[in-house]
Design a protein around this ligand. Structure first.
Ligand SMILES: Nc1ncnc2c1ncn2[C@@H]1O[C@H](COP(=O)(O)OP(=O)(O)O)[C@@H](O)[C@H]1O
Ligand SMILES: [Mg+2]
Length: 485
């Protein structure tokens, strides 16, 4: 009688008391029903008192199965290294599920283990359910040697598509394994598709891979054990990695990892084309601005009254500041990047203004304070125009007599805000009177940069400040250097 067997085994090999054993007996009485219900083998294992192993104290097999495999294991010892799930559940008091466990007698099963507890929540045994992995044993025995951890690599070839390890179907790379005669012994799902597509045949199992795909000949012919090939085939770009798995000094299997990078290459070409076009557009904008400037200069020289010349000049300077932005973008080595370095832009805009003969006594200092500020070309146009107006005002209005003067352009920043200060040590602004120049500055700061524009009171000269928030379009980096001019 199996009931007494359980009782006997428990008394001999375990520390369980009568109460615990009665609980196990109750569980045992239901084993047959669960075996039938789940069509799986059921076992109860208990921890032994004298060593770290466990012992099978009860079992049940489904009555429907052809009990070919089913030889009784009651009374057998169970070792941790063979059945880790049993011990995991014992120790942690948790359920363990191993989808492809290899049992002590070498069968591959899906094994679930739950702890059995007594009234005081002590674990007195574990209940095990083992389902045979049907019709795979043949394919498997061949492939077990390539197992990665719990998972067995393989089973894709032939009709066994239902049991593909998840990881293999997620892989975008083709994985192919061939034996020492280059015959295919494993391909992941992408690999099967790859070979059938490239070779135009469905008969690939155990076929010679070089005959199926002649372009792989050079890969196999090369002497190296590990090698990466770049290959272009009918508009397909492939990267092929080859690894020879040697065993005992002789040729073993070869693993190929093939990546199709056609799409990547096409995208790269498209991007190159796009950045070329953008670059071309920048060129045209710059050239058109130059044409507009030359037309204005022509108009200014011929057929305009003397009083209007100052206005032409203001307008020309505005156009030059816009075109400085495009010159900087075009000078940028990184063609994709149309970000503009604001410090460089400031230098460019100012240098065209101060180089003028009229301002030979005025020096201009640009202080970046270690900031490297990059903005989108759109914001850069606004900033160029603002700097042009304010520096121009200092040059024009601050130093009415030909005295020594100084203009300082300074950048300050914290992580949220960027401030641009423009000082001069000139006569100062008498009563603020806004005309077109300051109106342009105000509009650009408020509408385009979402910032603020104001004059701060100073004993000498003027001090204009614009402040605007850092944003994805305005990025600040800190550099070591502190002062440049
Ligand atoms: N840095 C400065 N120093 C002295 N006066 C200034 C300065 N900036 C601006 N102003 C005064 O503010 C006025 C308005 O400037 P703006 O709107 O740029 O017009 P515009 O430069 O065409 O005269 C100027 O005419 C000038 O009187
Ligand atoms: Mg002005």
């Amino acid at each position: 009688m199996s009931e007494s067997t359980l009782e006997q085994l428990c008394k001999i090999y375990t520390e369980l008391n009568t109460e615990d054993i009665n609980i196990l007996k109750k569980v045992e009485s239901t084993l047959n029903i669960y075996a039938d219900l789940s069509n799986a083998n059921m076992y109860i294992d208990c921890k032994m008192n004298e060593n770290d192993h466990a012992i099978v104290v009860a079992e049940a097999f489904p009555s429907t199965s052809d009990s070919v495999y089913e030889k009784s294991v009651v009374g057998k010892f169970v070792f941790e290294s063979f059945e880790p799930g049993v011990f995991y559940s014992y120790r942690g008091g948790k359920k363990s599920l191993i989808s492809q466990a290899v049992t002590q007698d070498g069968r591959i099963v899906e094994q679930s283990v739950v702890p059995i507890k007594n009234g005081s929540h002590q674990i007195i045994g574990v209940l095990i359910q083992e389902k045979e992995m049907s019709q795979q044993s043949l394919v498997r025995s061949e492939q077990q040697k390539y197992s990665f951890g719990q998972e067995t690599l393989g089973t894709m070839l032939g009709d066994d598509m239902g049991k593909i390890p998840i990881i293999s179907s997620l892989l975008m790379e083709t994985l192919l394994l061939t034996d020492n005669k280059n015959n295919l012994i494993y391909a992941n799902p992408v690999g099967v598709k790859f070979i059938t597509e490239m070779s135009q045949t469905d008969e690939i199992q155990h076929k010679n891979l070089v005959e199926l795909l002649p372009f792989l000949k050079q890969v196999y012919d090369s002497k190296e054990d590990v090698f990466v090939f770049d290959m272009t085939l009918d508009r397909k770009n492939l990267v092929i990695k080859k690894v020879r798995l040697r065993n005992k000094e002789q040729h073993g299997e070869t693993l190929l990892i093939i990546q199709d990078i056609t799409e990547l290459r096409t995208k790269e070409k498209e991007l190159m084309m796009k950045s070329y076009l953008i670059q071309e557009v920048h060129h045209r904008v710059k050239n058109n601005l130059q044409t507009v400037a030359s037309l204005l200069r022509l108009q200014m020289r011929k057929g305009s009254p003397e009083e209007s010349k100052a206005y032409f000049e203001d307008t020309l300077n505005r156009i030059y500041s816009i075109s400085s932005v495009y010159e900087l973008i075009l000078a940028n080595e990184d063609a994709d990047d149309d970000d503009v370095n604001i410090i460089e832009l400031t230098r460019k805009v100012c240098s065209t203004l101060v180089l003028n003969e009229l301002h030979k006594n005025i020096s201009l200092i640009i202080q970046s304070n270690g900031n490297r500020i990059l903005t989108s070309s759109r914001k850069a146009v606004s900033i160029a125009l603002i700097i042009n107006e304010l520096v121009q005002n200092s040059l024009k209005h601050a130093f009415p007599e030909d005295i020594l003067g100084e203009i300082i352009v300074e950048f300050h920043s914290n992580k949220d805000f960027l401030e641009l200060h423009i000082f001069d040590n000139g006569v100062g602004m008498k009563k603020p009177r806004t005309s077109l120049g300051l109106e342009i500055v105000h509009n650009l700061v408020v509408n385009d940069l979402n910032g603020e524009f104001q004059y701060l009171p100073e004993d000498v000269g003027t001090h204009a400040v614009i402040a605007f928030p850092v944003s994805p379009e305005v990025v600040i980096y800190y550099e070591k250097e502190n002062i440049d001019s």
